[in-house]
Design a protein around this ligand. Sequence first.
Ligand code: FES
Length: 149
Amino acid sequence: MSYNAPMTQPEELVAGDRAELQKPLYIPALDAAALPPGKGETVLLAGRRVAVFNVAGQFYALDDDCPHRGGPLGSGWVDADACHVTCPLHGWAFDLKTGAGVTVPARPVRSYPVRVVEGKVEVSVQLAVSSIQSSAGLRRSGIEVVSRH
Ligand code: FES
């Protein structure tokens, strides 16, 4: 008797793993209800400080560190009409949708995909950390609220 089980080729495993790793991996950041409109908050996601903002019920996420001198963007001032945040240290402004530099266009800040699922704001920081952590590691990663403003 012979058994001819289908065999998975190593190339298929690699392709499947690659596809899995390329999916956006969203990490719960905070309760949507905990961040009022017009406010920002800094959270630690997979070892990275991320500033999350609520603009009229739409959520955005940027690196918390201002590219000028590392000011905490999560503590910045939100301009809901322009959809900008202004750094509290020296006043550079950034587009919340894209991270584009408004004050200094040559110095943008990284922005992250955001979604809201069952009342939780989730942020995908996969591209920022994919080279240092596996997707399983990200799923196990802790979430810590650093500051709320
Ligand atoms: S540190 Fe943000 S503008 Fe200077």
